[in-house]
Design a protein around this ligand. Sequence first.
Ligand code: NAD
Length: 512
Amino acid sequence: MTLAEQMDTVTGAAAGTVDRHATTETFESTDPATGAVVGVFPVHDAEAVRATVEHARPAAVAWAALGFDGRRQRLNAYRGYLARRMHELADLVHRENGKPHADAILEITLAIDHLAWAGAHARKTLGPRKVSAGMLAANHAAYLEYQPLGVIGVIGPWNYPVFTPMGSIAYALAAGNAVVFKPSEHTPAVGAWLAAAWRAAVPDAVDAFQVVTGFGDTGAALCRAGVGKLAFTGSAPTGRRVMAACAETLTPVLMELGGKDAMIVDDDADVAAAADAAVWGAMSNAGQTCIGIERVYATGAVYDRFVTEVTERVRELRAGSDDAATYGPMTMPSQADVVRRHVADAVASGGRVLAGGTVEGRYVAPTVLLDVPETSAAVREETFGPTLTISRVRDAEEALARTNANPHGLAGAVFSRSRERAMDLARRMRSGMTSVNSVLTFASVPALPFGGVGESGFGRIHGEDGLKEFTRAKAITRQRVPLPVNLMSFRRPAAAADALARVMGLVHGRHR
Ligand code: NAD
């Protein structure tokens, strides 16, 4: 199916749900660089969302019944389909989100790798296993398995419209759940494309992965539609609203929220490599990366060299929508306003603009800010733009203290040539993920869990934890042989409890 055909499929009938519950209201998705309409999509109301989830319930049962091998085979077919059409999808991501085609290819590559890993590791992580029954139930066999939750609701953002939701979708599907996905209203075409691709690649389980489109109300309706779990990726304020809506029905939630990630550059760091990574981590995707580097703490020993190296690199960057541009426009106009506010606040509170600082329409110049106080919005709040603050610190301990003082705790980076020192700093960084001598690398390691602490949320996608996130642990015991004395019977001998107390005294009483 070509992109044009895909768009025909999705225009007015996202995910093929329109036949089941007609909806007249529509909205347009537009190209942030040109304003051209990318597609027209239904605004699914609460009734339509509920109907989609109800439709997904039998699909979830059938999908779970396929077992690990059956699901793996179909997830493989899906990733094969995505891999064969990478350029088509990348083109759509470029048009709808604004990022360069090459960056879209990178994003899709990561998503495909996660699909492969989730399918391949689901049985080992979740499948039935025998565990030790322990001393008290020695005459029983004990079994553990991780069962799917049914239908998972996934609500996604627009900044990585393929990779980010796929972190939930791939792992939820591999664990045996059906998925109803509500993409961001800024990237509905990509969401609908992913569902259309599923239907084409997995024709015998089309309803295992469906998409509903619309704004916040559509997302809120998904929270209230009786899903087994709601996997939310987006901002903390919306996350709070999602949690409140899910609380009404005790629907469990996964919260992947924003960040304010820091890089620590220690005395012995490879300064050129750190500068290169900081600039990429801060500016790629126009800085609209939840795990993007937004602040750098460099020790006095390396600060001047680091600033010089960053300045050189930033000069080579250019925002634009042509093929040679480093990064694209801000996907949403309101995000450019946030950047403006943060730069203004940084300057008003005594900071210096080393580079950039200007916003023209949706294009933000690569911006580097120095000497910005820790209390400034540019250091406290998520900027989500191509900006970087660099602060001089006494030593790595001060850098770590400042890093950890922020309420966010998504990820971060440490640059140091000392393995021991860097690992120690990484461990003590208050974040879900840390890269040593690189940035963002953990996101490309499917075996590693991804998620934050504090304002950055809770729960994990990716890796074994990401698979378990979409399951419930099921415990089973089976009596192998009856014991002569059954302690859990009203007919137990009167002296049984005393005998038990004596045994416990012998086994545990010696520990002090
Ligand atoms: P957002 O919170 O504005 O919207 C996210 C999604 O929630 C959208 O699909 C939106 O339609 C939906 N929504 C809005 N109101 C809702 C409601 N009341 N109930 C249910 N759903 C509702 O976020 P965004 O601007 O799309 O994304 C940017 C944010 O996402 C940034 O903070 C970024 O750091 C974060 N993010 C986090 C991760 C991560 O993995 N931790 C990944 C990517 C982005």
